[in-house]
Design a protein around this ligand. Structure first.
Ligand code: ASP
Length: 623
């Protein structure tokens, strides 16, 4: 037998539509599937029969099998049929090398139509046909019948399988945690579910299982993982859905290097198992501090597949006394105000037209810059651009040298406050990297970013906000910084030492996307309370929101830490998609709608009363 999956045989089929080979010639077979394509040549009718496993050509001969031929003439695209016949080698010259079954065909003796189909709203048999996405989502079950969607969902399934295998092999226990819980803040808005049994009360859907996995560590599970569904009520983007899936894990008796080492080894093993053909750019993964990532790439999720790093050109703009003295006011003013002047060298863009440069300037402005300066490096090595007359040729050449630009390159310069300069150049770098094809699309460039500041100042609420997870630990040498300038934790202020403390937080980055993030947790109650106080939680609110965890920390919590990795994002990156909808079976649109099920929808009249609910400002349907 050549059928690689004999267990797939059922009363409807001896083989799948992808199984028959030349060695099966001469035997009989039964296949069932969808009619992918039908070609009627009069006496001969050809059907390509499709299922998840492949395509097989079936031929109906009006002379040899008149009944089957007559039945086949009634068949249309996407009908479901079952066909019996004998396997025959195709005539020499008519084989199809692109099909695994291309050496044979099934010569039908009988056909039965199992179900009919209307003409689908789009082509299912043309993988590259452009189809309006709203139509795809409305008829998602037909969209998933298409080969590209099948391929992506299969890869996603394989990804989750590989993840499970590696975790089980490393002593992890898969534990399910509930979806009806109490708020676990991850910085987004909660979805809430009204309780029928306790009218007036609500559950929150988990933004992540964060508190529960930490409680599992207190419970002695030691190594936990889960393929966890998370819910965050925030605006949708290419890499964000209202509900999404995370590989969530937590480990006890670990420090930062232990967690990073496991996650890195896991990511390598999983990548090699799921996409063996793709090159890993660097093993071990590069580790960048947050400061270095921002300094070099202008982003805390750098795409390290290509260089084009940000270069600080301030040293060549200052005089011997260290004063800004470039002769170009925009640069000098930015430095005098404590800002930064940095540059990137775009390879091969030296001959950009006026219009192209205007476009780049517009882009920089959209990203938040006041302007964009440029120097073109001519093939002769000379430097050109409107700012050369202010800088002088020598200094212009020094700038070019500092950036490492080559003849034919274009140096782009931003002068602004430090965060604006880094952010704008970082985004220009990504946009130009894509436009110039600098990133090798087949490469997987994983990288770690860590040593984030633990808090950022929240001016609106006058408090320190956790940059990642409110439970993240602090690097031991910065523990003393978790305080305010006044010493009163209830009165945080922007200049507090807390603003300088670094977190035991690490993000895993892949090809410029944040794939996941985690931390070693604060596992001592006193320190956790201190951190929560800086984050603006009163003792009462702390108890209300995190009471269980704080109390559990009175009963012997082990040191612990973990991470969560986005399965949707990982699947998208492994299948070269830039939108996670393409790897999600039933995603929601930008406005949060399920176009197929028509959700969200109005509650049934009885549900309102049962839950003790009334929507204010929304008309209630008549009961
Ligand atoms: N719970 C965090 C998140 O969902 C991840 C973690 O710190 O483990 O982002």
């Amino acid at each position: 037998m050549t059928d690689p999956s004999p267990s797939l045989a059922t009363p409807y089929r001896t083989h799948t539509c992808g199984a028959l080979r030349a060695a099966d010639a001469g035997s009989t077979a039964r296949l069932s599937g969808w009619v992918h394509r039908r070609r009627d040549h009069g006496q001969l009718i050809f059907l390509d029969l499709r299922d998840r496993y492949g395509l097989t050509q079936v031929v109906f001969d009006g002379v040899d099998a008149p009944d089957a031929h007559a039945a086949a003439s009634r068949v249309r695209g996407e009908f479901v049929v079952t066909v019996a016949g004998s396997v025959a080698r195709r005539l020499p010259g008519t084989e199809n090398a692109r099909l695994a079954t291309g050496e044979i065909e099934l010569q039908a003796t009988g056909l039965e139509i199992l179900s009919e189909s209307k003409t689908p709203p789009f082509y299912i048999n043309e993988p590259d046909a452009p189809i309006d996405e709203a139509l795809r989502l409305r008829y998602r079950y037909l969209d998933i019948r298409r080969e590209p969607m099948q391929r992506r969902l299969l890869l996603r399934s394989r990804l989750v399988q590989a993840i499970r295998e590696v975790h089980h092999a490393n002593g992890f226990v898969e534990v399910e945690t509930p979806n009806l819980i109490k708020s676990t803040p991850e910085g987004a808005r909660d979805f809430i579910v009204p309780s029928r049994l306790q009218p007036g009360s609500v559950y929150a859907l988990p933004q992540s299982p964060q508190q529960l996995k930490q409680l599992l560590m207190v419970a002695g599970i030691d190594r936990y993982f889960q393929i966890a569904r998370c819910f965050r009520d925030e605006d949708l983007r290419g890499d964000r859905q209202l509900e999404f899936t995370q590989l969530d894990l937590e480990m006890s008796f670990v420090d930062e290097p232990t967690v990073m080492a496991f996650v890195e080894a896991m990511a390598i093993e999983v990548s090699r198992a799921v996409v063996p053909g793709r090159r890993l750019q660097a093993v071990p993964f590069p580790r960048l501090t947050f400061d270095a990532a921002i300094e070099r790439y202008g982003s805390d999720k750098p795409d390290v597949r290509f260089a084009m790093e940000l270069v600080d050109i301030a040293p060549v703009l200052r005089d011997a006394a260290g004063e800004p003295a470039s002769g170009f006011r925009v640069f000098d003013d930015a430095l005098a105000a404590g800002g930064r002047v940095k540059a990137i060298a775009a390879p091969g863009l030296g001959r950009a037209t006026r219009r192209e440069i205007d476009e780049l300037t517009e882009m920089a402005k959209r990203f938040g810059a006041k302007g964009l300066a440029h120097l073109a490096v001519e093939e002769s090595g000379g430097v050109a651009g409107p700012i050369v007359k202010f800088l002088g040729e020598d200094r212009a050449e020094q700038i070019v040298a500092a950036t490492g630009a080559n003849p034919g390159d274009l140096v782009l310069i931003v002068a602004d406050a430090a965060d604006v300069t880094n952010d704008v150049l970082g985004r220009l770098r990504v946009a130009l990297g894509a436009r110039l094809g600098l990133a090798d699309l087949a490469t997987l460039a994983y990288a770690w970013v860590h040593r984030f500041p633990i808090y950022k100042w929240d001016p609106e609420n006058g408090r320190w906000d956790a940059t990642h997870n409110p439970f993240s630990g602090v690097v031991p040498e910065d523990e003393a910084l978790l305080t305010t300038a006044s010493g009163d934790l209830g009165k945080p202020a922007p200049g507090d030492p807390a603003g300088r403390a670094k977190a035991l937080q690490y993000d895993l980055v892949l090809n410029g996307w944040e794939l996941g993030g985690g931390s070693i947790r604060i596992w001592r109650r006193e320190l956790l309370e201190r951190s929560f106080a800086l984050q603006g939680y009163s003792a009462e609110r702390m108890k209300r929101l995190f009471g269980a965890l704080l109390e559990a920390f009175d009963y012997g919590p082990p040191p612990h830490g973990g991470i969560a990795i986005g399965i949707d994002r990982w699947s998208a990156l492994l299948t070269d998609q830039d939108n996670i909808r393409e790897v999600t079976a039933f995603p929601k649109t930008q406005s949060g709608s399920d176009l197929m099920l028509e959700a969200p929808s109005k509650p049934e009249p009885g549900q309102w009363a049962e839950l003790g609910l009334r929507f204010v400002g929304v008309a209630e349907p008549k009961a």
